[in-house]
Write a protein that binds this ligand. Sequence first.
Ligand code: TRP
Length: 453
Amino acid sequence: MSIKNRREQWSSRWAFILVATGAAAGLGNIWKFPYVVGESGGGAFILVYLVAIALVALPILAAELLLGRLGNHNVIDSLRRLAVGRGYSAHWSKLGWIGLLAVFIVLSFYGVVGGWTIAYAYYALSGALSAGGAAPAEHFGVLFGRTTGTPVQALGWQTAFMVATALVVGSGVRHGIERLCRWLMPLLFVLLVCLVVHAALSNGYFGVACRFLFAADVSKLTGESVLSAVGHAFFTLSIGVGAMLTFGSYLPERVGLTATAATVAGLDTLVALLAGLAIFPVVFAHGMEPAAGPGLVFVSLPIAFDAMPAGQLLGIAFFALLFVAAITSAPSMLEPMVEYVRERGTGSRWRATVLVVCAVWVLGVAQVMSFSAWSDVRAFGRNLFELSDFLVSNILLPLGGLLIALFAGWMLSPTQTNGRLGIAGSFLHGVWRFSLRFVAPLALLLVLVSGLR
Ligand code: TRP
């Protein structure tokens, strides 16, 4: 096996925090989180989500970074080397394949929604995001239908998004991914804070939104909403699939992993909550339903913006934010596949990038078509797009997370994990191991079993 192992590194701890937060904070936080919260009844869902982040997702995030650092290769070779080096079966590298399959599928549908964000940023900039006297509800419903349901258009936007992602990843770990996040993540926070401040000042519904988001009515919780909260905690932190493992393999040795992981999880959660605080006051002020589903930010928000003073500016800010969130996340799905192909292949990053992106694009075409010509092609009551989301969030991510927790919790000895995490000898180290060995696997087993039922 020839592995060309000229590996790059992030330039500093903060550079990594921006990159990992960029990977974590994406469409999941700004597009999906608000509508699943809306559909699952608000505060109670958020409570479960926060508990899942702290008890299950955060320990696994730290574990992935640690496995990346110890393995120092692409996800598959890292896992194989670590397992074999400790006398375990080389079959553990199959866990890496589950991860690569998952990122392959996620990126194929992420590119579609990423394409919509470019389309809407363009509409907002060009002034097309205005009903211009027509009935707004109908106008924006039709616009969304046209954007997603006209194959040529939707394919164009999706292709543009995939090309942009390829250019970032092809340019390298430091010159591509890190440079992008250094510029765009501060912009993401500025845009988000501006939108929240505007929402707080411009209408009287900020309090209503806060109550909706933070007053937990536990009686509203169903098994299904608990399941989707745990699945979403994994999706939003981009864990369980080796993406963070790959990013962790580029971390300089001096960076402590636990504090870094906690910072990333905290910032990601902050972005999701701020997105809720930016969106729901607007939704409530215009008498709209929080449970509008995937169309919430693409249909409901434009209707509201259209009726507000400086609505065009708000539209530009919001859809720029959405695009920034998407384009800083997409490289984290492409990079694990590219790094595998690069290390196993010729060592050329560009060649690996083009190869992988073309393959993802092909599945992406089918995803695009699932909104138009192929919307009737269904399995288990879902079209391809819905099926992919279900397969990833409810099966592949929890399964990958479960195996990673077991791998790091049971196969690495305390002496190997101690010290490297930056919490040497402390009580926290014990908590971390306990969570990986018992809490996370049990929780994930429950999620998996109920998800498969
Ligand atoms: N976390 C991202 C979001 O919230 C999505 C994402 C990026 C992801 N990389 C991933 C999801 C890897 C699963 C696996 O939008």
